[in-house]
Design a protein around this ligand. Structure first.
Ligand code: ATP
Ligand code: MG
Length: 238
């Protein structure tokens, strides 16, 4: 595993104002993510996991604190740099797959390359190669409705990976899957992490899964990090 630092957060916070009430969804989080790490984020519903992931993805703006990527604060990125960061540096995967229903598996993966400079023929070739990588070369012409949940999630993963991101941010990628498909997705993420040095940050409710596939576990509680039990193999949090 490479040991260069990729991202740090400094007193990162995201508060939501609701009338007179403030929800501290993320509340003073300090983390360091190394390149090539596989980090699991666990915590009860509402503890701020998705909010944290969206901040790291550059999809949401902190109320205070900073995110520093490769020694540059995300807040100093201009529009173009931020767009590149969102589109190319990080790839996102969600619980609900978010595939386009009227496109085939191949079409869904190819679509991710529409707004890049990749020529059309190359787009198809790259999408095919990525579907093969996730074990779906015999399902390329299926529409999402004609795929199992696990297969749909593998298409979503291929769509995220086809742009060759450095990091995958996955928000409960196995939340809608049965045990067997959960293991398949987890195994795939582990392989990509080990073979391609892909950095993976995965939110999950499943503490067992986190323990099995991540190098360490970050535990959230009411927007803050808490020190995980030593049994989780995680490291001390802020
Ligand atoms: N747009 C918003 N406006 C107000 N409050 C919000 C908003 N988005 C999230 N919250 C609140 O912030 C807190 C953290 O939400 P978040 O979605 O990050 O939790 P989570 O840990 O991902 O939960 P789950 O496991 O259920 O997905 C919750 O209390 C939620 O109600
Ligand atoms: Mg969530």
């Amino acid at each position: 595993m490479a040991s260069t630092q990729w991202l740090t957060t400094e007193d990162l916070a995201r508060h939501y104002r609701r009338g007179t009430h403030t929800v501290k969804a993320v509340d003073g989080v300090n983390i360091v993510i190394e390149r090539g790490e596989f980090v699991a984020v666990v915590g009860a519903s509402g503890s701020g996991k998705s909010t944290l992931l969206n901040l790291l993805a550059g999809l949401d703006t902190p109320t205070c604190g900073r995110i520093v990527v490769d020694n540059t604060a995300l807040s100093t990125f201009n529009r173009r740099e931020l767009a590149t960061y969102r589109a190319r540096t990080v790839g996102m995967v969600f619980q609900s797959f978010n595939l386009i229903g009227h496109h085939t598996a191949l079409g869904n993966v190819e679509m991710a390359l529409y707004f890049t400079e990749t020529p059309r023929s190359k787009r198809r070739q790259l999408a095919m190669a990525m579907l093969e990588r996730v074990g779906l070369s015999d399902r390329t012409d299926h529409r999402p409705a004609d795929l199992s949940g696990g297969e749909q999630q593998r298409v979503a993963l291929a769509r995220a990976l086809v742009k060759r991101p450095e990091v995958i941010l996955a928000d409960e990628p196995t939340g809608n899957l049965d045990q067997q498909n959960t293991e398949q997705i987890a195994h795939l993420l582990q392989r990509l992490n080990a073979e391609d040095n892909l950095t993976v940050i995965m939110v999950t409710h499943d503490a067992d899964l986190a323990r099995k596939c991540a190098h360490r576990t970050i535990r959230m509680h009411y927007g803050r990090l808490i020190k995980p039990n030593s049994a989780d193999g995680g490291e001390a949090a802020s």
